[in-house]
Design a protein around this ligand. Sequence first.
Ligand code: HEC
Length: 123
Amino acid sequence: MPATTPSTWLNPAVILLLGTLLAGCGEEAKPPAPTVFTAMPSDAALAQVYDRSCKLCHANPGAGAPLTGDTNAWAPRVAQGADTLLDHAINGYNGMPPMGLCMHCSEEQFLALIAFMSGQHFQ
Ligand code: HEC
């Protein structure tokens, strides 16, 4: 009697189909724009702070932080309002460490950094 063997899965047509499906999935998850990794605030002092703290996580796709310039990731956060964002930056929020590891940063600097990363302007 004919047996169905696992070798069905080695059929080239099946492999081709799986490959196409996987490639299709890859299209969906686009890697972040390269500017995420190189963008810097234009203000020199701010750039230094950003480079030493925020950037470690906010330009690191593995950190779970909203990436710099990723307006989609920032949109729901920005919707909370500047006060909440500032509060979360200063007091911490889940994986976001208090003060974003910048212990000497002022409120103005935090707001400027958040504006830079989110692409939004706050007053
Ligand atoms: C050690 C990693 C790390 C560093 C350093 C860091 N962040 Fe974050 N940040 C995170 C993570 C993770 C989140 C997402 C937290 C969440 O939504 O659960 C986050 C979220 C935020 C948010 C959004 C909070 C909200 O309400 O959604 C702001 C604003 C923020 N960070 C500002 C900063 C600023 C400004 C700096 C630099 C001074 C900084 N972060 C440095 C990890 C970091």
